[in-house]
Design a protein around this ligand. Structure first.
Ligand code: PMP
Length: 403
């Protein structure tokens, strides 16, 4: 009783139209290959497990079970654990946002936030705007609701405000990643943020701001959030995955009050609530300023890795390759010489013992086949140097084969 690849089913089950729009994540498919021993993977955006606060989590887990075991293991409020919602509201003050805890919805990862927003805001055929390239997981979240996704042109500073007028008509929202974008690593300047928000406000275009990487800056804090400029016109998504641990599956949505009840109802239908044990443990860990010491350690670690990758790219990559230097986050984005196809080259890279994600997966339209994403956070600086050297040899062989 399996459905066919076309979504049709020859037996008993009739798939919904939305199921036809669902696709396996190419990243998860690639991760399966990279789990093979001996592969140095620059593919997954997996935070370094060396940064997970295992001792603090163990102590907090014991404390929660000892002091509030009955509540921590019981069903709980769909909105989330109240002290954690209050912590989130206060923490966002650092990004220039003024948030009331009643606007915070704790979600099962920020990925669930994307799904809930899509569920509440997208009808079949609704237009949605995204950056180009953009986060693959968002495209996966929007597709089943039968969105028509349009890409907004951009430069190195982010999407172009002047491009919005021609695209905004009837669009339900514009999905944006202002800090250390996944996949391109790029960040929007303060001036670009202000210009984008002003233009979106003028056009009546709502914004969906996704910010899982904002705290992972290397040299200077990120400019204020888009939501700080226009609270009633922006939904903001945050996550504990990159500053604590992704396995907790803890994220949050900050919604304008007019929208909050619908997101809450969508959340109730999805999973009743996010595991309250995890919420209580995380609150116990972070309540007294733990992240003020912990996050700088992650920044220092990732910055050293970024430097190792930049040095290795400069040293080994052949002429014709171009890359950005991210000022935070987890990814380099690379352009290969124009006639190379990163997807076609991947089996050769895996054969050589290194993996990456081909960039084409991150485009809603008109994929650029010669792009790829390299994560610098999972491997050590030494492994990164080896992986980049191997990758460069594969690129050089591919260039030679073109001649
Ligand atoms: N948004 C972006 C841009 C991401 O890169 C990720 C994770 N890779 C997510 C959302 C989802 O993160 P989580 O569900 O772990 O909070």
């Amino acid at each position: 009783m399996t459905a066919t690849a076309s979504g049709r089913n020859d037996t008993l089950w009739t798939l919904a139209r939305r199921a036809e729009r669902m696709n396996p994540s190419i990243i998860r498919e690639i991760l399966k290959v990279t789990e093979r021993p001996g592969i140095l993977s620059l593919a997954g955006g997996l935070p370094s497990p060396d940064s997970f606060p295992i001792d603090a989590m163990r102590e907090a887990s014991v404390k929660v079970l000892q002091t509030a075991g009955r509540e921590a293991l019981q069903y709980a409020a769909s909105e989330g654990y109240a002290p954690l919602r209050e912590w989130v509201a206060a923490h966002l003050g650092a990004q220039g946002m003024r948030v009331d805890a009643s606007q915070v919805l704790i979600t099962t990862g920020s990925q669930q936030g994307l799904d809930l927003c899509a569920k509440v805001l997208i009808d079949s055929g609704s237009r949605v705007l995204v950056e180009t390239p953009t986060y693959l997981g968002a495209l996966q979240a929007f597709a089943p609701y039968e969105a028509e996704v349009d890409a907004v042109p951009s430069d190195d500073d982010g999407p172009l405000p002047e491009a919005l007028a021609g695209l905004a008509q009837g669009a339900r929202f514009f999905y944006l990643l202002p800090n250390f974008q996944n996949p391109s690593g790029r960040s929007m300047s303060a001036a670009r943020r202000a210009a984008l928000v002003a233009e979106a406000r003028r056009l009546g275009l709502p914004l969906l701001e996704d910010n899982p990487y904002g705290d992972l800056w290397f040299d200077a804090p990120s400019p204020p959030a888009l939501a700080s400029h226009h609270p009633e016109g922006v939904i903001y998504l945050g996550s504990f995955s990159k500053v604590l641990a992704p396995g907790l599956r803890l994220g949050y949505v900050v919604a304008p009050p007019a929208l909050y009840p619908k997101l809450l109802q969508a959340k109730q239908a999805a999973d009743l609530h996010t595991p309250v044990f995890n919420q209580r443990v995380v609150h116990e860990v972070i309540r007294d300023g733990f992240l003020d010491q912990h996050v700088p350690q992650i920044r220092a670690r990732y910055k050293a890795n970024r430097d190792a990758m930049r040095a290795a790219l400069e040293r080994h990559m052949p002429a014709g390759c171009r890359w950005n230097t991210p000022t935070g986050g987890m990814f380099f984005w690379m352009d290969l010489p124009e006639d190379l196809d990163a997807m076609a080259m991947l089996p050769m890279a895996v054969e050589a013992g290194v993996a990456y994600v081909p960039g084409a997966a991150f485009y809603a339209r008109d994929p650029q086949p010669n792009t790829l994403r390299l994560s610098f956070v999972t491997l050590s600086p030494e492994q990164i140097a080896t992986a980049v050297e191997k990758l460069a040899a594969v690129v050089r062989a591919a260039v030679d084969a073109q001649r």
